[in-house]
Design a protein around this ligand. Structure first.
Ligand code: AMP
Ligand code: MN
Ligand code: MN
Ligand code: MN
Length: 293
């Protein structure tokens, strides 16, 4: 038995379809899988349908419906919403606005790269085929790989797409507090994703978590490939001391040559069974009585 509470599909910036993700989960003996696409819930129904079909064949795969929202002026503070209700009009309106901003920003990235002598043909990018999908830097990075401009995702970000690099265009986001509140209204359990990537020193991170907890934050993604063992221990201590849920996931996107493996949680998550049970209880509460969690 294994769990992975953070994966992406081709409905946002992952490479695999929900079907391929579920098949991989079975192969990796993952029994609980949370789909956390950026700014969209469109992959969730297909994912649940496939899991039902797989389970009729005698397997046991629990799929958790989730979403990931980037927030803050720098976009580094990411929030996961577990058990999100797709029929929340506020959330859908906010996400559709975010996706529209992504389209404009994609055009700006293409222009910025053109000024650097890198001309990406339109058909290399997904927007033309799938209007309304949350296009992101990984789509541009993969185009650069296919064009032979770079060899890996890491190189694409290091040379062109990371903050401060010539192809970087910032994206306008919700504030973290807005995201927490909207996720709560959508019946979800808001969890701060990969705290090591927020880019704050321990004291400032603690202050942010304290503030967001007052706004309705319920958990911290303690186990994530971005955190060192030492960071992980510190995040876990902070989360447990504050009575926040502890979660973990691989952030798998399907690219070769990156560290993330589906189901490949960093070792040391000894209490994962209890933590998963607590998350599931919180999801039930959040869904039935959003105000009471
Ligand atoms: P965006 O939301 O369009 O700004 O793109 C952010 C996404 O890019 C993240 O969700 C990751 O999937 C991916 N990403 C960010 N930094 C890197 C990196 N250094 N290497 C590979 N992928 C990255
Ligand atoms: Mn991503
Ligand atoms: Mn993230
Ligand atoms: Mn993610």
């Amino acid at each position: 038995m294994n769990i992975d509470l953070h994966v992406h599909s081709a409905f946002s910036d992952g490479l695999l379809s929900p079907e391929a993700l579920c098949a991989l989960a079975l192969q990796q003996q993952v029994n609980v899988l949370a789909l956390c696409d950026h700014d969209t819930t469109d992959g969730l129904q297909p994912m649940r349908t496939i899991a039902e079909r797989i389970n009729r064949d005698g397997h046991r795969l629990t799929v958790i419906s989730a979403v990931e929202l980037s927030t803050g002026t720098d976009g580094h503070t990411h929030l996961l919403g577990y058990g999100v209700q797709e029929n929340c009009a506020d959330l859908q309106a906010a996400m559709s606005e975010l996706r529209a901003k992504r389209v404009t920003r994609e055009q700006q990235m293409v222009e910025a790269l053109k000024a650097q002598g890198v001309q990406i043909p339109a058909q290399m990018l997904p927007e033309a085929e799938t209007p309304g999908m949350p296009i992101g830097r990984p789509h541009v990075a993969r185009a650069l790989i296919r064009m032979g401009v770079v060899n890996t995702m890491e190189q694409a970000f290091d040379r062109y797409l990371a903050e401060g690099k010539p192809g970087y265009v910032p994206l306008e986001h919700l504030s973290a507090a807005q995201a927490v509140s909207i996720l709560r209204r959508a019946g979800a359990v808001p969890v701060l994703a990969h705290p090591a990537r927020v880019g704050l020193e321990p004291q400032a991170l603690e202050a942010l978590v304290g503030f967001l907890q007052q706004e309705g934050l319920l958990g911290v993604e303690v186990y994530h490939p971005s955190a060192s063992r030492r960071d992980t221990r510190a995040f876990e201590a902070m989360a447990r001391r504050r009575g926040l849920l502890v979660t973990g996931g691989s952030d798998y996107h399907g690219d070769r040559g990156t560290r993330a493996r589906l189901g490949g949680l960093p070792s040391g998550w000894r209490k994962w069974r209890e933590d998963l049970a607590a998350l599931q209880t919180a999801m039930q509460l959040a869904q039935t009585r959003p105000e009471a969690v």
